[in-house]
Design a protein around this ligand. Structure first.
Ligand code: PEP
Ligand code: MN
Length: 262
């Protein structure tokens, strides 16, 4: 069970050369895979700055049906090629139970998005595959609801779950969401699962990613998921919150310093 032995037993998940839960995880990459060249350029940049996993969305059901919806299978192929070329394991979101097996063939980690946190049939389906799952907290979910969703995946047979705090909805409109740092520390104490933070979707603001990243580290997170784009202003999704490779590079330096201090 998820609360089994609380703080004592810690889940460690081996993915390529890294052990999540032991090594600090830094997932970086664009919101969406837009072209082969785009993902390859960004993959090389984030790798050289020290990221140890590459992200990129291929299936992107957006708030508006008229917005870019992702490249689908072709996007998975580009992402996988960029991962192989750089040696970075890859993570991408699965939004439909029918795509779980197809996406598992390409990716190292399956991401469940905030909007699907309580999609119970999807949770059971990713529980049946042998790939680690990163479970994002729903924007309206309590900590208990979030942990119960992780339990669905564990119960279906997959012990390799990573929790991800990505901000919740509050009355505040200045930020896209409100980063709940107390949930990070709470989840670390309540479960044996690794907990990572996504400061990009949590804030939706370039200027807040740096302070919230360092605060997340001090709150005890096991890793980060940060959106990086080579040309954020031209991005086909989330162009207000993606760091440039050079912004990411300087953030990485401060991440390393903060980790040494923690
Ligand atoms: C994402 O990380 O690509 C994403 C859509 O984030 P969230 O599910 O947290 O909104
Ligand atoms: Mn995004």
């Amino acid at each position: 069970r998820i609360d089994d032995n609380g703080a004592k037993r810690k889940t460690e998940i081996k993915i390529g050369n890294i052990t999540v839960g032991k090594d600090f995880l830094v997932i970086a990459g664009p919101c969406s895979v837009e072209s082969e060249e785009q993902i390859m350029t960004i993959a090389k940049a984030v790798k050289s700055s020290g990221a140890n996993m590459l992200r990129g969305g291929a299936y992107k059901p957006r708030t508006s049906p008229y917005s870019f919806q992702g490249l689908g299978r072709v996007g998975l192929q580009y992402l996988s090629k960029a991962g192989l070329e750089t040696g970075l394991p890859i993570i991408t979101e699965v939004v439909d139970t029918r795509d779980v097996y197809l996406i598992s063939e390409y990716t190292d980690v399956l991401q469940i998005g905030a909007r699907n946190m309580q999609n119970f049939s999807l949770l059971v389906e990713v529980g049946k595959v042998r790939k680690p799952v990163l479970l994002k907290r729903g924007m309206n979910a309590t900590i208990e609801e979030w942990l119960n969703c992780a339990e669905y995946i564990l119960n279906a047979g997959n012990p390799n779950v990573i929790l991800c705090e990505r901000g919740i909805r509050t009355h505040e409109t200045y930020t896209r969401n409100t980063l709940d740092l107390s949930a990070v520390a709470a989840a670390k104490g309540l479960t044996h699962l690794p907990v990572v933070v996504d400061p990009s979707h949590a804030t939706g603001r370039i200027d807040l990613i740096h302070p919230m990243t360092l605060s997340s580290i001090m709150a005890g997170c096991d890793g980060l998921e940060i959106e990086v784009h080579s040309s954020p202003n031209d991005a086909l999704s989330d162009n207000d919150q993606q760091l440039t490779p050079s912004q990411f590079n300087s953030l990485m330096k401060d991440i390393k310093e903060t980790l040494a201090f923690r």
